[in-house]
Design a protein around this ligand. Structure first.
Ligand code: NG1
Ligand code: ZN
Length: 531
């Protein structure tokens, strides 16, 4: 078959390095960029098959998010803009690791198992981040798509969530929005302006926000968007990529893990600041307190702010919709307690990895999900969106209910429901703070984080650790959970768990307790129990 001949010929141009074995993990494939050319070509092939199978457009994003600039990676995007389904993660791993001469067999195996009609047309959207290697690697993806006769659209430099958005728009025939970068800016900025335009007396100070772009794609894209915001938000951009290195001493991951301000951001006391990660699907906020102390507002604080706001609007609108917050074991205990006991919202805990949170959030009318590291969004069920829309258009509704329904409607439009989106999340947070007339300090004061510590432990084989209960308890090796339990008992308000990382060859240890000293000591003791 001519199709497969072309695959054979082209794959020779994208050879696999000898002895390299990779796995499609929680964040797709990710490693040093020099090892990825063949993977990209093969993901172009796989995306084309996935498109034939689903009869829809599929996305391929070339990025390694918060990893160092020398790394790169690739993620596949399914038709509604969600992460690719788990069975196909397995195919991705098989294809990436197939020996050069076995590639066609591996490909035909997928075609057979999924009963794919090769006569079906295929369409693949490709995007890339700002890494120097992304240019040629995204070209390798396109080569793969074309080798199997698929159609492609190369969006060039876009954020990860922008590519997810394009795929969703395309497959919903524009109902979600227009599948262009301009369409994305227009939809989000209009919703933001609608939300903030009736807020009385917003001062320039309240409109000002410092943004750390991590020297990446988010910096580029938020600049492009700024004119659409018509001065309703006044951004001061740092780490815009003009001189610094991607993710180096800056970005959301650096700020969250180091608990300190990024390089180059000059903040005065009380000023709101935020950091994106390298592909702009994560965001964290922070400010400097009066004594110069650094205050971090992570994904848990963001989820709390957003769910409180939504719950209040639902009450005002008189809409009976069930709202839930989805977290992971890394969520600070104070946030969970506040949400359950004070806010009285449903809280769910899932395994680490956005796809697990996304999936759990889909079970509710409104599902707010955030990982503590700042990756998250809000999902509205179709029924919830319809109820909100009906009420917003209902001419018999009284003023208060109508106002709340209109705010909810614009909030829905502001949110990128396909995946966590730093730009969309930032606009939502800014709108909520404006509408509720809150300063960043007032937001921070909703609850106080329990002191916590995260450690990494290198072990011979991290897979010997098996967990249960959304990774909060270990089932093997024998005795480990009992050891952790007895260590935790020594401290007040303490909690600790260990789990093998899905993205690094380490075991992660998390501990929290009433004081920083206790949290540090507990994390240390638990890490010793892991060896
Ligand atoms: P692992 O390495 O499995 O802990 C990390 C993050 C996740 C998620 C993924 C994907 C922590 C503790 N873990 O996973 O939240 O973002 O990377 O990037 O932050
Ligand atoms: Zn990212």
């Amino acid at each position: 078959m001519a199709q497969f001949e072309e695959v054979s010929q082209k794959s020779a141009v994208h050879p696999m390095p000898v002895g390299l074995v990779l796995q499609y993990g929680t964040a797709g494939f990710r490693t040093n960029a020099k090892q990825l050319d063949h993977v990209m070509f093969r993901m172009g092939l796989l995306a084309t098959l996935r498109s034939k199978k689903t009869k829809a457009t599929i996305g391929v994003m070339v990025t390694a998010s918060h990893n160092p600039e020398e790394d790169n990676g690739v993620k596949l995007v399914d038709p509604m803009g969600e992460m690719v389904t788990p069975a196909w993660e397995g195919y991705a791993t098989q294809l990436a690791n197939a020996e050069q001469e076995g590639l066609l067999t591996a490909l035909k195996d997928v075609i057979e198992r999924e009963a794919i009609s090769m006569a079906q047309e295929a369409s693949v959207f490709v995007g890339k981040d700002t890494r120097p290697s992304s240019e040629s690697l995204s070209q390798a993806v396109l080569d793969g798509v074309h080798a199997l006769g698929g159609h492609s659209k190369d969006y060039g430099l876009v954020t990860t969530p922008q590519l997810h958005y394009m795929v969703c728009c395309q497959n919903t025939q524009g109902r979600y929005g227009e599948a262009t970068v301009k369409g994305y800016y227009r939809k989000l900025s209009q919703a933001f302006i609608q939300l903030t335009k009736n807020v009385p007396n917003r001062t320039d100070d309240q409109k000002a926000l410092l943004v750390d772009g991590a020297n990446g794609i988010g910096a580029l894209k938020v600049c492009e968007m700024e004119t659409y915001l018509k001065n309703e938000l006044q951004l001061s951009l740092f780490n815009d990529g003009s001189s610094g290195k991607l993710n180096h001493l800056c970005g959301a991951d650096y700020v969250k893990v180091q608990q300190r301000a990024p390089k180059g951001v000059e903040m005065t006391a009380g000023e709101r600041c935020c950091s994106y990660d390298g592909d702009a699907d994560r965001i964290v906020y922070y400010y400097s307190g009066s004594a110069g102390r650094f205050h971090l507002l992570d994904g848990d604080k963001i989820a709390t702010l957003i769910s409180t706001y939504l719950k209040e609007l639902l009450t005002q609108a008189g809409l009976d919709l069930q709202i839930a917050v989805v977290q992971t074991a890394y969520a600070n205990g104070s946030s969970t307690q506040y949400l359950e006991d004070t806010m009285k919202v449903i809280v769910r805990c899932t395994k680490t990895g956005v796809k697990h949170l996304h999936h759990a959030a889909q079970e509710f009318d409104i599902g707010v999900y955030f990982e503590a590291n700042g990756h998250g969004t809000v999902l509205f069920s179709k029924a919830a969106e319809e109820k909100i829309q009906q009420l917003a258009q209902d001419s018999n509704t009284n003023d208060e209910r109508k106002r709340a329904a209109l705010l909810l409607q614009n909030t829905v439009n502001l949110i990128n429901q396909t995946v966590g989106d730093a730009i969309s999340d930032m606009l939502l947070i800014e709108a909520v703070l404006a509408i509720r007339g809150m300063t960043v300090q007032q937001w921070d004061a909703i609850y106080t984080d329990l002191p916590n510590r995260q450690l990494k432990v290198k072990v011979a084989d991290r897979r010997v650790i098996d967990t249960t209960d959304a990774e909060r308890r270990t089932v093997s090796p024998a005795g480990l959970q009992e050891a952790i339990d007895s260590l935790v008992k020594k401290y007040r308000q303490a909690r600790s768990f260990v789990r093998p990382s899905g993205t690094e060859d380490v075991v992660r240890v998390y501990a929290e307790a009433d004081t920083q000293e206790s949290a540090d000591a507990l994390a240390h003791e638990v890490s010793l129990a892991v060896y």
